[in-house]
Design a protein around this ligand. Structure first.
Ligand code: NAD
Ligand code: MG
Length: 391
């Protein structure tokens, strides 16, 4: 059997390293063709020496000399810079591109990989949030499959039946570390508290997004584009145990759910192996330990971001792109102690009101919108006297 050649964008991150574990479990099926990272050059060197890809790329060009020197004894091509990441995905032998980098930076390489006909294993949800319509039209034009890695979307994908349309998609949400906090308490939470997710260990940005529920808002948008449903057909249910990863309701009222331990290696592996399932050594669900599965409605008053994401979804156009850019700025500011937890929603909402709306954006419009929304959000951060903006 010919081994599938995999490129991992963001191989040093949480998803990236788990993807390498999946590949290690199936050396007869998968081979690493390319690895890319942002800054963590020593980790990238270690991965390259172990997995012997054809190519490695580091986004930060200052790290290039170190990377080049450390791999000089191996026949590995070494590149640096964002353009190189966007180009490496087009390499002939690659079968699957796992987009495990974080944020808007994933958009351009994902578009290139789609144009080159590479199957996309989509972890980088921001790409779908920013430009879902454009990504879908490219994928149709180039007949490129996009397979979900996000656990909720993988769950839905595993529940779908080709012949039967869905009535509703039910996205489960853990509720994050602040599920039971009052608004008063939320006003004073710290980044250390926000970085402690109860059920999942993930990169810093998505962990903050999970605490603020922006992650769930993004997943609603991601679900619309991945599964072609209307916003009213997507429901969010808070399920603190994270055992049910999401559900599909069909037209006769039947509901299918996908359950499992919270372990991203399963959805990563399924995106690689689809339509097959492969054996795995990952943990198994023990029902005797699942004493209760509970469900509650999300509270968009305490978690404004979820409401803002729904609003962006309804408005469409470049509005989700604006929300994504403002959120990236707000999360970075929160992590740098420049902004309070609730201040993040303020910055996002005000940025949404100030950046020009474009109903049917082109790629160039998304690029301009992203830059303008970042500039606006930074300006709001720098404006004194913005109430709860500052701690
Ligand atoms: P992470 O922060 O742990 O890792 C990010 C990776 O991307 C690193 O390898 C980093 O070097 C690289 N990277 C970051 N910025 C970059 C840039 N500008 N250019 C090039 N490379 C860059 O993040 P993560 O938790 O692995 O998440 C990755 C993506 O997967 C995100 O879009 C996230 O929303 C999504 N996702 C993650 C999880 C999870 O369990 N971690 C679950 C679902 C979806
Ligand atoms: Mg998810």
């Amino acid at each position: 059997m010919k081994k599938k050649q995999i490129a991992i964008l963001g191989s040093t991150g949480s998803i990236g390293t788990q993807a390498l574990q999946v590949i290690e479990e199936h050396p007869d099926r998968y081979e690493v063709y390319a690895l890319t990272a942002n800054n963590r050059v020593e980790e990238l060197i270690g991965q390259a020496r172990q997995f012997r890809p054809e190519a490695v790329v580091i986004a930060n060009e200052q790290c290039y000399p170190r990377l080049k020197e450390a791999l000089a004894d191996l026949p590995i091509k070494v590149y640096a810079g964002a353009d190189a990441i966007s180009q490496v995905v087009e390499s002939g032998p690659i079968d699957i591109v796992l987009t495990a980098m974080v944020g808007y930076a994933g958009l351009r390489p994902t578009m290139n990989a789609i144009r080159a006909g590479k199957t996309i294993a989509l972890a980088n949800k921001e790409t779908m949030v920013v430009a879902g319509e454009l990504i879908n039209s490219l994928a149709r034009q180039y007949h490129t499959p996009i397979l979900p890695v996000d656990s909720e979307h993988s769950a839905i994908f595993q529940c779908l039946e080709a012949q039967n349309p869905v009535e509703k998609l039910i996205l489960t949400a853990s509720g994050g570390p602040f599920r039971t906090f009052s608004k008063q308490q939320l006003a004073h939470v710290t980044k250390e508290q926000a970085l402690k997710h109860p059920n999942w260990s993930m990169g810093a940005k998505i962990t903050i997004d999970s605490a603020s529920m922006m992650n769930k808002g993004f997943e609603v948008i991601e679900a619309k584009w991945l599964f072609g449903v209307r916003p009213e057909q997507i429901e969010v249910v808070v399920h603190p145990q994270s055992v049910i990863h999401s559900m599909v309701e069909f037209e006769d009222g039947a509901v299918k759910a996908q359950l499992g331990v919270p372990d991203m290696r399963l959805p990563i592996q399924y995106a690689f192996s689809f339509p097959q399932r492969l054996p795995s050594s990952f943990g198994r669900l023990d029902f005797m330990q699942c004493h209760e599965l509970t469900f509650e409605a999300p509270d968009t008053d305490r978690f404004r971001n979820l409401a803002l994401a729904y609003e962006a979804l309804h408005q469409g156009g470049n509005m989700p792109c604006i929300v994504n850019a403002a959120n990236e700025v707000a999360v970075a500011a929160f992590l740098a102690d420049r902004l309070s937890f609730l201040g993040m929603s303020e910055v996002i909402e005000q940025t949404m009101q100030r950046v020009a709306f474009v109903a049917t954006p082109s790629y160039e419009d998304y690029v301009a919108t992203d830059a303008e929304a970042r500039r606006m959000a930074e300006e709001l951060l720098a404006t004194p006297g913005q109430g709860c903006l500052h701690r």
